[in-house]
Design a binder for this molecule. Structure first.
Ligand SMILES: [Zn+2]
Ligand SMILES: [Zn+2]
Length: 262
């Protein structure tokens, strides 16, 4: 190890240490899966292309060497929109439900999906019903995002806008940012952490901004959560009727979200 003065002052490093530093790669080039910070473009594309053979998850990757846009949006030279800050908590609610729903795609090899000759643990009917439930849930979530964006004038592409539109877009962003700041007090800071992923995401949902009851698109999203709850509850109850040996687990103990009041 070089003397302390040399460690603090890079100019004082010996020439061999300098060569070692120069030859070291600046940043490891790799692709990372954005499991919760996925972009809206990848979310929509993944939903459209989902064949329900595997659990649904947004397929959004980012290269560490060029992390400005995700890999897909870099290729398409399109927009790469993240979830607006004012509804990020609802994004975690969606993630909690998608993680919870993965169990319906569990196979008898301990993995997910019908791969390498493995069979699903749940019936095809349950998987089909849950595929519809996930499609409906994700569509409702996308409607929430679009309605929220329109309500706060966050839509549009500033790169093709006229100067006047560009100024308006900038003003809308500033007003939106102030709107979000004024709501920060609504966020709970005493959530508990757990290694159970659906519950962890449910807890994260309380740490980010969400809409208030009655605000634009809130009711539609709340109804979608309840409909998803009912669809997965039916699947659990049907399974327990068929399996005499299974414990009668209370479904509401395993469902990760508190149901919204309608
Ligand atoms: Zn993406
Ligand atoms: Zn993107």
């Amino acid at each position: 190890m070089p003397p302390k003065a040399a460690r603090l002052n890079p100019d004082a490093l010996s020439s061999s240490s300098e060569t070692q530093l120069r030859s070291r790669p600046k940043l490891l080039k790799q692709s990372l899966h954005l499991t919760t910070l996925w972009c809206l473009q990848c979310f929509r594309t993944s939903l459209r292309d989902w064949d329900s053979g595997m659990p649904f998850e947004p397929n959004c990757w980012i290269d560490t060497a060029a992390p400005k846009l995700c890999r897909r949006c870099s290729t398409t030279h399109g927009k790469c929109d993240s979830l607006p800050r004012g509804i990020r908590g609802h994004g975690f609610e969606l993630m909690a439900l998608l993680e919870f729903a993965k169990q319906f795609w569990a196979n008898d090899e301990g993995g997910f999906g019908r791969v390498d000759g493995a069979d699903f643990l749940w019936t095809n009917e349950v998987i089909e019903d849950m595929s519809h439930a996930i499609n409906d849930l994700c569509t409702a979530f996308d409607n929430l995002v679009k309605t929220h964006g329109k309500a706060h004038m966050l839509t549009g592409n500033p790169s093709d806008a006229s100067h006047a539109q560009y100024v308006l877009y900038g003003e809308a962003k500033t007003v939106y940012s102030a709107w979000c700041n004024a709501r920060e007090h609504m966020i709970s800071s005493n959530s508990t952490y757990t290694s159970d992923l659906p519950r962890k995401y449910a807890s994260r949902a309380t740490e980010h901004l969400r809409l208030r009851v009655g605000e634009e698109a809130y009711t539609h999203w709340a109804v979608a959560i309840c409909a998803f709850h009912n669809a997965s509850k039916s699947a659990f109850e049907d399974d327990q009727e068929n399996d005499q040996e299974s414990d009668l687990t209370s479904f509401d103990e395993v469902f990760p979200l508190e149901l919204p009041e309608l």
